[in-house]
Design a binder for this molecule. Structure first.
Ligand code: 13P
Length: 301
């Protein structure tokens, strides 16, 4: 099928099945262009929680589809490519949290949305890059375990200095690889450009940045800024919206390592077959879903 054929086919299938396509900001441009909504991790669950559609196709990675299912348990949630995973999410297991809980029953567990439904079910509260700092500031406890991203954990610690953040040692294989020297080199190459980075980058990169935020926060910041040039320190998928929404501005990728192979697994054809065959449906055990929903409650509003 041609690209145009796929786009028309998707339009028809969406109407027939009362479906919507939610895509993460890291998805390939062709998918972002056909999606009903493109956004960051928080916006995707919020869209899912309020949609009237019967079917939600989540174009992204597995934990995002699970999170959408938790946000909208009555809907049919489809992930086009089943093995589009998240290496960071796999760096913590439910059993490890159970052991921690037994040893430290008084320390609340805050999990990053980049985690499995089972890990969420074992945690007290869930956050995303865009609300992690405000949620932590609002927590009563002085000491908090944050899982699984060590870089996000250290970023939160700098923004909420009155809290003691114990971080798990996971990391995002894409953001973690960016070196601080690349920020310095880009600044000399593009003097006057602002450096915008994701908090999944290491502390040495984050402290050199002009702005730190989630994917959508980076996009919003660049749109509102009067500056014309930006060095972008997050996955290259965001460049599509940045360039499309700001044709008068220039965007440079901070590092060539900023490509997430899992986010690039989904093609337009996968989206088409996902809707046509209603595959692959996300199923979560009822007990896990209920507990994970409690942990994610603050995200749905
Ligand atoms: P956000 O879209 O919430 O910023 O998350 C980005 C990310 O790195 C997902 O793994």
């Amino acid at each position: 099928m041609t690209e145009q054929g796929l786009i028309e086919g998707l339009k028809k299938l969406r109407e027939e099945k009362n479906a919507i396509i939610l895509a993460h900001n890291y998805q390939i441009p062709e998918i972002q262009d056909v999606a009903d909504f493109v956004g960051d991790s928080l916006e995707l669950v919020q869209q899912a929680a309020k949609t009237d559609a019967a079917v939600i196709v989540l174009s992204g990675v597995y934990y995002m589809a699970e999170s959408v299912k938790i946000a909208a348990p009555a809907k049919k949630v489809l992930l086009p490519v089943l093995d589009a995973g998240c290496t960071m999410a796999n760096m913590i297991q439910q059993e490890q949290l159970r052991v921690f809980r037994m040893e430290y029953p008084d320390i609340p567990i805050l999990c990053y949305i980049n985690s499995s439904a089972e890990v969420k079910a074992e945690s007290d509260l869930c956050c995303t890059a865009s609300n992690a700092v405000s949620l932590v500031r609002g927590m009563k406890a002085d000491k908090i375990l944050f899982v699984p991203d060590q870089n996000m954990g250290s970023y939160i610690a700098t923004q909420a200095p009155d809290k003691e953040i114990i971080s798990w040692d996971g990391f995002c294989m894409t953001h973690h690889m960016v070196r601080p020297a690349e920020v310095d080199a880009n600044r000399s190459r593009h003097p006057g450009a602002l450096v915008l980075v994701h908090p999944e980058c290491t502390a040495a990169v984050v402290e050199r940045a002009d702005f730190v935020g989630s994917t959508t926060e980076i996009i919003n910041y660049a749109r509102q800024s009067e500056k014309k040039e930006f060095i972008v320190g997050t996955e290259m998928g965001v460049l599509h919206r940045l360039r499309k929404e700001n044709p008068d501005k220039k965007f440079y990728l901070l590092s060539p390592v900023l490509t997430c192979f899992n986010m690039k697994k989904t093609a337009l054809t996968d989206l088409y077959w996902a809707l046509e065959k209603e595959q692959h449906e996300i199923k979560i055990h009822e007990d896990i879903l209920e507990k994970a929903r409690l942990c994610m409650e603050k995200l749905f509003v």
